[in-house]
Design a protein around this ligand. Sequence first.
Ligand code: FAD
Length: 416
Amino acid sequence: MKARLNRILKNDLCSGCGMCSAVAEEDAIQMRINRDGYRRPFLNAAFTDKPIASEQTSRAFGASCPALGLDIRPYKTEHYHPIWGEVLEALKGYAGDEEIRRAGSSGGVISALAQYCLAKGLVDGVIQIQASEEDPLENVAVISRSRQNVIASSGSRYAPASPAEALRWVGMSTEKYLFIGKPCDVAAVRQMQAHSPRLRENIPYVVSFMCAGTPSLEGTHQVLEKLGAPRDEVTAFRYRGDGWPGLTKATLRNGEAKTMTYNDSWGKVLNRHLQTRCKICPDGIGEFADIVCADGWEGDDKGYPSFEEREGNSLILIRSETGRALFRNAEADGVVKAEAFDVGGIFAIQPFQYYRRTTILPRLMAMKLLLLKTPSYKGFELGKGMREIGLYQSFKAFTGLLVRRKKIKKRALETA
Ligand SMILES: Cc1cc2nc3c(=O)[nH]c(=O)nc-3n(C[C@H](O)[C@H](O)[C@H](O)COP(=O)(O)OP(=O)(O)OC[C@H]3O[C@@H](n4cnc5c(N)ncnc54)[C@H](O)[C@@H]3O)c2cc1C
């Protein structure tokens, strides 16, 4: 497993999900922010000359780590769409509870479903991330057991987070959990479930959100600089939420709040700090989840997503029968409200996801030309996407990656 981790880090393919730290021997791997501001596995010095996992675990890790590969084939049916993945139903909606809708990143649907699962006793806990109590700029994996903690964890955090670290607790427990994470976090869980009956049994629900990529913590630091908020004075930091999209807000020790629009923080700073793995990710759309949510942006007069402040709305894709049953029961109880949405309309509200999905193949080709390793992606029908976007855009994506190649930083497994 050490050799695999080294290969991943040397090729800058880690997404920082944290699954490796959960399945390795206890304390062998710790997830930490590295020099580039990303969460990465660090080896405990005590394990330098010792194996960190059994042969069996190492094999399961090799087949599950999203840096090594994604295989969507076991989850595909006749409902598979070559750009948007398995879609049983597409909807637009929001949380019935006003507080959750407002607190949530978009329509608060993820938090509403989490709260519903707890209230109905469908799960004992919700695995998710939230801002660390010690350092409001860092994210920690938690198990929420109350509405209050689900609301405290709501909202997107555009910085490294490793919810799959929590798989260690799941493996030792007999409780049931809902897992919430980015598409790569969820893929790690789903692929590892194929090797672990305990994980399959203990995590009956997996929910995700569309993801344009994880920015380095350096991005957050730059946002703070632009806000004129000294890092050590910050007592709370929200990227968005509390409205839709809501403001990026740093609260200082003296009670002062410094704010910036989502368009300025994400669009002008954070999205310039994405890690390499995200640039070649075919699954920004959460294909391994039971339900995936995204911003259900309204289009402006030119047809582009409008970030004008309004009441939160989510795009919701139901991907499995488990997801459908959960969503329909929550809807019948008034926990979520939704109406059907045409799959053909997703392109207009998620243009970035469309562009990245259709240009993954040329980017992978550019990586191969540079003799860089890439993850193995199976079943994503990437050729269809490339044909859809055409030669010109494919060529642009190919040359764009060649030009940016210098940024790919090679590192080995560092010692904690
Ligand atoms: C890195 C990142 C990229 C995103 N890219 C897109 C995009 O391309 N298109 C789009 O429409 N929306 C994107 N979003 C926003 C996301 O779509 C919305 O959060 C989603 O619509 C869910 O809204 P909600 O109101 O239902 O979620 P909420 O009810 O607010 O719940 C959000 C859940 O996500 C969890 N979470 C927040 N940040 C992270 C994180 N970094 N890692 C793991 N879990 C986290 C929280 O713990 C919470 O459980 C992104 C968010 C993030 C964090």
